[in-house]
Design a binder for this molecule. Structure first.
Ligand code: 48F
Length: 259
């Protein structure tokens, strides 16, 4: 068989278009493909939920690839190890209660398991706005990251969703958009994003789980975005909280969608 460039091109365009069309209305749209977003996508998809995840960068995985300061190892505690075990990501006990994992194996496995579970991951797409109906977020406004990077004046497209997860990490981009553009209060103490505090791994890891919840009608926060929204500490390259937060966000959403 002789390969034909036009067929290769058509295969890519038609297949991608279909994938995008199939995801124009989803149960959950996730902004950000770091560890929290990926784990959340996996647990939702595994239960039959229709999930689309949008990641700005070419590579999915957020801040996990670089471990700590580009030493590509991550640390998890016992609870976090449970999730790595479930994904069959190898861990080594460093000292009692501290486990390490190769960050490359961790990210690539989270990514492939999320896709195999049925989530659709879109890379190179940035979330630039939200759709609001009756004081609730009902979808995401998306554009090519290349458009954003080049500063081109190109209008975006939209994805409808029953719920949105802000898993954009430290910058809490979805929450910031809501804060800036929507004249309604967030579900925080002050009605505004409380912001991230300095490093305190122990407190931050626990707080990440507590702060994983609905932050605006229709929007849940997961991972570092949870602490940045509800005003807790950062934790650095210990990732148990991120994994557990993704799992908790998925559990909360599944329960909510059953209602
Ligand atoms: O930053 P990130 O890894 O968030 P996370 O899942 O995990 C945090 C840890 O990596 C680490 C930490 C804890 O140990 O403090 O920082 O909470 O992943 C967030 C992803 O969201 C993407 C961004 O490129 C990154 O890959 N992102 C951010 N804003 C947008 C976005 C946006 N507007 N649209 C699409 N993707």
């Amino acid at each position: 068989m002789q390969l034909n460039e036009q067929t290769i091109t058509r295969a890519i365009i038609e297949t991608y278009n279909q994938k995008l069309i199939d995801n124009l209305a989803v149960d959950v749209a996730i902004a950000g493909g770091g560890p929290a977003g990926l784990v959340c996508a996996y647990y939702l998809a595994r239960k039959g939920c229709k999930v689309a995840l949008f990641e700005r960068k070419l590579s999915i995985g957020g801040g996990m690839w670089g471990g700590g300061m580009m030493f590509n190892e991550i640390v998890v505690q016992k609870d976090g190890k449970r999730i790595l075990d479930e994904f069959e990501i190898a861990t080594k006990e460093f000292e009692r209660g501290y486990y390490t994992a190769d960050s490359i194996e961790a990210v690539s496995t989270l990514c492939s398991r999320a896709v195999q579970a049925g989530a659709t991951l879109f890379n190179c797409i940035s979330v630039e706005d939200v759709i609001i109906r009756s004081k609730k977020v009902t979808g995401l406004v998306i554009n090519w990251s290349a458009v954003e990077m080049a500063g081109l004046h190109v209008d975006p497209l939209c994805v409808e969703s029953r719920f949105v997860v802000d898993a954009t990490g430290h910058p809490i981009e979805v929450i910031k958009i809501i804060e800036k553009k929507v004249d309604l209060k967030l579900l925080t103490k002050t009605g505004k994003a409380l912001g991230e505090k300095s490093m305190w791994a122990d407190v931050a890891e626990k707080a990440t789980l507590d702060n994983t919840k609905e932050a605006f009608p229709g929007v849940y926060v997961a991972g570092m975005a949870a602490n940045a929204t509800f005003g807790s500490f950062r934790m650095g390259p210990i990732f148990g909280g991120m994994l557990l937060s993704g799992e908790k966000a998925a559990k909360l959403l599944l329960k909510r969608m059953q209602k």
